[in-house]
Design a protein around this ligand. Sequence first.
Ligand SMILES: Cc1cc2nc3c(=O)[nH]c(=O)nc-3n(C[C@H](O)[C@H](O)[C@H](O)COP(=O)(O)O)c2cc1C
Length: 387
Amino acid sequence: MRQIACIEDLRVLARRRVPRMFYEYVDGGSWSEQTYRENRSDFERIHLRQRVAIDVSSRTTASSMLGTPSAMPLAIAPTGLTGMVHPDGEILAAQAAEKFGIRYTLSTVSICSLEDVARHVSSPFWFQLYAMRDRDFVDRLIDRAAAVDCSALVVTLDLPLSSKRHKDARNGLSSPPRPTLGNVLNLVTKPAWCLGMMQTRRHSFGNLVGHVPNLDNLDSLSDWTDKQYDPSLNWSDVQRIRDRWRGKLIVKGVLDPNDAAEAVKCGADAVIVSNHGGRQLDGAISSISALSAVVQEVGHLTEVHLDGGIQSGQDVFKAIALGAKGTYIGRSMMYGLGALGARGVTLALEILQSELEKTMGLCGVTTVEGIGRENLILEDVRSMFGA
Ligand SMILES: Cc1cc2nc3c(=O)[nH]c(=O)nc-3n(C[C@H](O)[C@H](O)[C@H](O)COP(=O)(O)O)c2cc1C
């Protein structure tokens, strides 16, 4: 196997090893994928200010998010169906994150359940909540997250209805895959994945099965989830969740400063500037281009985090320089997981940390707190993002 040098190498390997349906579920955005592409390309438009002859012999990426120490200012974002990208994927990713010293966020629509993940790690992870129509189910989910000691609840607001993802529609995405001729032919080329899946019992939505009445087969499950996204979702629902959840509350999926201000009014301890990785409103602006305005509006009141397009330590550096207190990866983790399982997730984290640490050194900075707007070519930032 060729040496893995960067996240792109993990992506290429994951494409070879993960069945097409699940690989394209990860490496895809909504509609034309404009926002998905711009999440990355807007990072590339920001230039760094090189500094020399500064003693940078002692550097650390150590940081904190929501008061919790973190090996670097990065956490793992919630991703649905992670256990379909690799058998037992959520457990493996949570364990890799714990070992590395960063936070893992489990999705509502994970394959491994809250209780199952909790049994396999010893420090608290975060739980992401979709505020679904069935409010009793939502309340029970919140209580289950509290019962397994999740330390933060991440409420996702940018999915009041499902978007249109052409690749998933063409592939007939389902979990587990339906035994169509196309799927069977593709699965034959992924023997390690198939073998791993035969050795685990975790094939369906772990947080739902057994917790919603009459949800026992593939069709009833997909039907239920599709109908559960709630277009009536509004700030009073967020307030209701805030009132029920005693731990830290993170509001995920804001791009607009006014929405960030509303989240703070509801008592959010952090907001995540995010467009769901370009998977919801295609044509929305990139996360990095939305960041400065949100920081200006609420940065003095709450932590501002960012996800979307982070595939190198340099991206983390740029987000921190523009005022983010922390960042998240979705696909960079999934590529590592799909390529090499737990080892691939660890490798992805090592790559990002080493890139961040080297970038700090070459910019003349030795601590994460020391990273600021002065490390960027600000003319670039102003002309691109107006802030
Ligand atoms: C395959 C996949 C599944 C996702 N599932 C969820 C989810 O269940 N809940 C959620 O809040 N966000 C979900 N997201 C969005 C991520 O949490 C995050 O916002 C996004 O991946 C960040 O962009 P990046 O992939 O470029 O790092 C998903 C993203 C991907 C790629």
